[in-house]
Ligand binder design. Sequence first.
Ligand SMILES: Nc1ncnc2c1ncn2[C@@H]1O[C@H](COP(=O)(O)OP(=O)(O)OP(=O)(O)O)[C@@H](O)[C@H]1O
Length: 660
Amino acid sequence: MPTQSLLPARLHSVQRQHIEHIFLLGEGVDVPQLPAQPTIRRSWLRCLNEYQLDPTQPRPARVVTQQTLIEHREPVDELLHVARAGVDQLYQQISQLGYVLLLTDHRGITVEFRGDPHKDRLLRQAGLYLGADWDERFAGTCAVGTCLHDRQAIICHRQEHFDASHISLTCTAAPITDPQGNVMAVLDISALQSPSQHESQNFSLSLVTLYARMIEDAYFLRRYRDCLMVRLDTSREFVHVNGRGLIAIEENGQVIAANAVGRELIACHQHRWPPWSARHTPILDELFECEIADVLSINSGSDDQLRAFRARADNTIYFISLLEPRRTRSTHAQQPPASSLPEPLARLGADDPAMRKIQKLAERLRNEVSVNVLISGDTGTGKEVVARALHDSGHRSSKPFVAVNCAAIPEALIESELFGYQPGAFTGGRSQGMRGLIPQADGGTLFLDEIGDMPLALQTRLLRVLAEREVMPLGANTPVKVDIRVITATHRNIEEMIQRGEFREDLYYRLNGAQLRLPSLNERADKLYVIRRVFADVIKERAASESPRLRADAISALLAYAWPGNIRQLKNALAFALATSENDEITVADLPEQCLSERITRKANDLSSDSCSDPGQPLLDLLKKHHWNISAVARALGVSRPTIYRQMQRQGIVPPNWLH
Ligand SMILES: Nc1ncnc2c1ncn2[C@@H]1O[C@H](COP(=O)(O)OP(=O)(O)OP(=O)(O)O)[C@@H](O)[C@H]1O
């Protein structure tokens, strides 16, 4: 430790004493004058040992250049925008008491500042200024820097600062975290002078912590403004004005993100069974004793627009209100997730394993025009949409896409429609003849829908066209060359038709160069995406000026329904709701009655009535089929994940990865 005489002469005696105290702590000597707060002591030791700061050489405040300041402000631009109102409000309350306000980024650079312009010079000298760098590594122990290091609110009062040039200041700071819990900024209030007692700053600590939380929540609300949000508090009176917990959810109750209080609540449950991982966020009914539909109907189903639910972790009663997403969600959310697929293929689905397989295979086949593609799937699953996407994503996209519904053309006319005919080829034909649908598709794609309905005689002719790539119009003497890509679709079991002699086996093998099997809507894990996408399409097709919104309770009902008619039935239901709704919000009451199904109860009953001789077997089979993906099994059965977990527990089923 340097003796007093070795310290620079320009230092005041208080500064000299302060420096001596720092050295004493560094040497492990405890004296009553040393700071009591362990966080401050640890920070002093960091400054000495880790950052190698020299306490005998107090440093003037460092203010970064204008250019550097711009670079630091840019990444927190959205936060600054949100924080501005809070910053002004807080400053109004503290300015009379001689405080200034700093908002720094996660590196400790002051990106927003409020202070008395009359004290500009003094404040700048003290580092209480826009652009001032309060990183602990440079400035030593200080409220901002040490708060950033410890990720918690802190008072750094006078001699608790490390650098002797800061020991007249009093500073209090609180972290502002992003939705992932990372510190993204620090809110600080500081004064050039203050009473010597540490307790004099306790109120500042409460105030700055409160405002940091308000800014954090305002930022959270902005980030997730397009999502459904539950707001919760243990006090009924406070939920609407200042509910402390915020949890953004999908309409199926899946948690998307949560603010600090929400994250704490989730963490509380994390020790419980079942465990959660980052990829597997909880569903609201795992956090609270509730049905998702009850939460989603809060706004229409309760007078004061809130409801009480019990938290499963500790039985606390929470009062919950529901914030509906901003109007634009329906358009925003129907964007498929970013992917490397061509756009027409990307928009076919969002996050469904079967659809992903189809999209990948379609991508590989889009320019392999010699491979005939057969699309199978139940009626209304989107076979024609997939065929068109395959066409639109390939080299032939600017060429014709000719769709023929083999079931819709009378048998007697199929031949002439497909192949065309010469003038006068048959009585009743057009005098100038007709170019058939196959020649019309020349250079592009011929899509034969309902191929199972093609009469046997015509199957033979089609086989010839596929083999020879030429057609002979009725009444013509010379064949016409055609260059077509052939895609067919069916909802029928062609193999069974072959067995019955109703379909030519050789044609089937020729058409089935690659098969895309479409899942039913109810099996799709991306049902929510499909609902939004189809809703956006229906709105677009109506070409009306206003764009209505799908309310959460309607989405919840649409998610729960089994959709035997698949996407076509969904589209019809949404078109009906839009046509008959009297306002610009579609609620569950606007949906056709048949959509308010009993599917869930029926399936749930099926599951709970498993008291047969081997109760675990059906569930076990399902779990294996879905590779132990509990969410997938829950979806398949139309029940919640907790129900599956409860059944597993009851039946003693343990997933293989939980066994040691
Ligand atoms: N991925 C999708 N996105 C939006 N709308 C879709 C999608 N898939 C299908 N649809 C819509 O659903 C309806 C039925 O689609 P499509 O005609 O392709 O089904 P299909 O399986 O060919 O039916 P069918 O077996 O009766 O011929 C259409 O109105 C279509 O626009």
